[in-house]
Design a protein around this ligand. Structure first.
Ligand code: ADP
Ligand code: ZN
Length: 745
């Protein structure tokens, strides 16, 4: 027998499989990991397929050294998925196969943990008899007595009952009375979150209707759903009921969350209801724990997997359901190579494995909602909150008027009043400020010079003196002392402008002395469990006010929050990106939805310089439909995705002219390619070659070539051809290629 093996090396020359002979007596199956000789080295690889014949000269074919496990680490469904992804992304199979395994497994970096156990080798009667006859050693008699219950006991446990049992156990084993074995054991990660049981809610009509559609699909007819439920409509309860059903059918479920650190509630709910059949995969697990959770899933012992985007590759046994919660979040797009969109992978797995897909959000992505409208997904709507709690009342504050009235601070008069009232009633408030730091830029009053990062074309942000008092670049992390005089004109009037979370914190402290405030941004959450600690402080009620960046908007459920303030709603609206309106709508609607989730109704104050912008209006009315219609029309008129594909080559080089040369070459090669295919030309709407809004980043000069294409088969062909261009070598420049890039800076 022979097998085709994909070597675990990502390199053009090693991209195709190699043939090996399977030695007599060894059995292998596709998906199994093996070690093979590769040149002079020993390498890990994955068996792709088996064959009777090899079609090569016998003496040129080498033997497989051996399997790494006695089972296929990658089940057939995931082998198929890896193949499909490699083909679509035009990348080597070795690269997509890596996604299917916990990183720790490669290169043998984790070991299986074992415990020594003892059990009887004879019948319980025989053991009892032997124990009775055992006169020389009381220890041996005692041990036999314990083991006579017929169960497997760990040696550690026995040592707790009988002092130093090792010698006695050895003797008993030598006499053939007991068997000592090393049994595999799993490291179960500790649970940081309290696990509440099932509160036994009566389902709301919305939840009932959604489940009436979902449940019949779980048996094997694969359904696709977009669950659009307003904030606080109880979407999680729908997932849990669906999961319970999947489990009762003996199948498995995967629940994807945007970021595990921010969804402790989801985890605790699932753990509380489903106990150990739930596995949680997150980046803070130790390598050993990760590996063991993966094995529990692979064996089918864990049938509910909760994790961030990479959990979509879990080897769940008989997959029946994938839920993508907060499906609009950009964290579902991987930023590392090979790039993928977890939502698309989920869709593809569900199709292949006859499973049901539920995408859920209060603010679905324009793309998903458009698909639902076209009939690709069944739309399930939950327009009401649980127990008919009202949606929060929203007030829009025009910050231009505040300025006219002489208020130069970050808090409007209305927000000040509301904060005071909220605090007087002993309730909690959340304030969104989507920028960290104290001042957003530092500038000279006489010449207008703005302090920029030496490595990036970005202004430096001032961080408050009580923390470090430095200027920081939010892109590359560079720090410097604030200048005493202008480096340009020598002027002494250096002024600090714009605000960030630290400034908001300071103003709220002045307004409400003695009230405990928690701040959640990149600066305060960097340590281990930084998120968890801050959220816990707020949940427990110790902190009354939570100030933070968009981190605080993500799916949190705090029943005592009655006030939400958005300090600067326009901040994301002004970004140079076709998605900035969509992102702003999502952010505002989500953060507003944090208010009034408990018994007390909520209030939201949105501060803006553009009170008439339709996005601000739609978000304050929590009116997704109108937002969608407006945005969809805008995208169609402006020829943006989902009507078109945006393709971007980004060239970066320490030398400006090298970045430009690379971009120019890409442009001319692209034009040449397109010239050879007249049918492509009709689908290409635009090609540009210029400098992005950030000219220099991390010390590299940047240029980009952008294209807009109509969605079509021809566009797919063009993209495939361009992937090849992106792989070429460019002199002293790096080239990145992306379709519908996640950022346009
Ligand atoms: P969403 O994700 O839709 O914003 P959640 O799933 O977080 O909403 O639910 C909001 C709150 O309502 C949670 O505290 C949840 O425990 C509660 N809840 C959910 N379903 C019900 C129900 N049927 N009856 C009462 N409370 C419910
Ligand atoms: Zn920088």
């Amino acid at each position: 027998m022979y097998c085709q093996v994909i070597i675990d090396i990502v390199h053009e020359n090693v991209a195709s499989p190699f043939t090996y002979r399977i030695p007599e007596g060894m059995t292998l199956e596709p998906g199994q990991r093996v070690t093979v000789p590769f040149g002079k080295l020993k390498k890990e690889g994955i068996v792709l397929s088996l064959a009777e014949e090899c079609g090569l000269e016998e003496k040129r074919v080498k033997d497989v050294i051996g399997p790494l496990e006695d089972y296929a680490a990658i089940p057939p469904e995931l082998m198929y998925l890896a193949g499909k992804m490699a083909q679509e992304a035009h990348c080597p199979l070795a690269e997509t196969l890596r996604l299917m395994l916990p990183a720790q497994m490669r290169g043998g970096r984790v070991r299986i943990k074992t415990v020594r156990t003892a059990r009887l080798a004879v019948s319980t009667e025989e053991a009892a008899e032997a124990a009775g006859k055992e006169k020389r050693s009381r220890k041996r008699a005692e041990l036999l007595g314990i083991l006579s219950d017929g169960n497997v006991h760990s040696v550690t446990e026995l040592a707790g009952k009988v002092k130093d049992p090792n010698e006695a156990l050895k003797k008993l084993s030598a006499d053939g009375l007991i068997v000592l074995t090393d049994e595999e054991t799993l490291r179960t990660p500790g649970n940081a979150f309290a696990a509440p049981g099932d509160p036994g809610f009566a389902l709301t009509p919305g939840q009932r209707e959604a489940l009436d559609e979902i449940i019949p699909c779980l048996k094997g007819k694969s359904g696709r759903f977009l669950l659009h439920g307003v904030t606080g409509s109880g979407k999680t309860e729908v997932f849990m009921a669906a999961v319970r059903n999947v489990l009762s059918l003996g199948r498995s479920a995967i629940i994807l969350v945007p970021e595990i650190a921010l969804t402790p509630q989801m985890v605790s709910w699932f753990r509380g209801r489903f106990g150990p059949v739930a596995a949680v995969i997150h980046s803070r697990l130790s390598p050993g724990e990760r590996f063991d959770e993966w094995r529990r899933i692979r064996r089918g012992d864990a049938r509910v997997v909760i994790g961030a985007r990479s959990a979509v590759f879990s080897p769940a046994r008989d997959l029946g359901l994938i839920v993508v919660d907060e499906e609009h979040e950009s964290t579902y797009l991987s930023d590392r190579h090979p790039r993928y969109d977890a939502r698309e992978v989920a869709l593809s797995r569900c199709e292949q494995e006859n499973a049901t897909l539920i995408l859920a959000s209060a603010t679905p992505s324009v793309l998903s909602f458009a698909r639902a409208r076209r009939g690709d997904y069944m739309l399930l709507e939950m327009p009401r909150r649980v127990q008919d709690r009202p949606l929060p009342e929203v007030e829009i504050v025009d910050m231009r008027e505040e300025l006219e009235n002489g208020n130069r601070t970050v808090l409007s008069a209305a927000l000040r009043r509301a904060l005071k009232e909220c605090s007087a009633h002993g309730e909690q408030a959340m304030l969104l400020m989507n920028r960290r730091g104290y001042n957003s830029f530092v500038s000279c009053r006489s010449c207008g010079y703005v302090v920029k990062c030496p490595n990036c074309d970005i202004s430096m942000t001032y961080h408050i003196a009580s923390e470090d008092g430095l200027l920081r670049c939010h892109y590359c992390g560079q720090t410097m002392y604030p200048p005493a005089a202008c480096p340009e004109c020598g002027g002494k009037y250096i002024r600090y402008f714009g605000a960030g979370t630290q400034k908001v914190e300071e103003e709220v402290r002045k307004l409400l002395p003695g009230v405990t405030i928690a701040r959640m941004d990149y600066d305060t959450t960097s340590g281990k469990d930084g998120h968890g600690r801050i959220l816990e402080e707020f949940r427990s009620g110790r902190a009354r006010i939570l100030i933070g960046t968009q981190m605080i908007a993500k799916g949190l459920d705090f029943p005592h929050v009655t006030l939400v303030g958005v300090i600067a709603a326009d901040m994301t609206l002004n970004l140079p990106d076709y998605r900035s309106r969509e992102r702003t709508f999502q952010l505002l609607t989500q953060v507003a939805g944090r208010a009034g989730r408990g018994e007390q109704p909520g209030k939201v104050i949105i501060q803006t310089y553009k009170p008439d912008d339709s996005v601000i209006r739609f978000a304050s009315a929590q009116d997704y439909r109108s937002f969608f219609e407006d945005e969809f029309t805008r995208r169609r008129r402006g020829l943006y995705p989902p009507f078109t594909l945006i393709v971007r080559f980004l060239a970066e080089s320490p030398k400006e002219e090298k970045a430009a040369e690379a971009a120019d070459r890409i442009e001319s090669d692209t034009r040449k390619l397109i010239g050879q295919h007249p049918e492509w030309e009709r689908k290409l709407l635009l090609i540009s070659n210029d400098t992005p809004s950030v000219k220099v980043l991390r010390g590299k000069n940047r240029r980009h070539v952008m294209m807009k294409m109509l969605v079509s088969r021809e566009a797919d062909e063009m993209i495939a051809a361009m992937t090849e261009l992106a792989r070429a070598e460019y002199e002293e420049a790096e080239v990145w290629f992306e379709v519908n890039p996640t950022t346009m800076i």
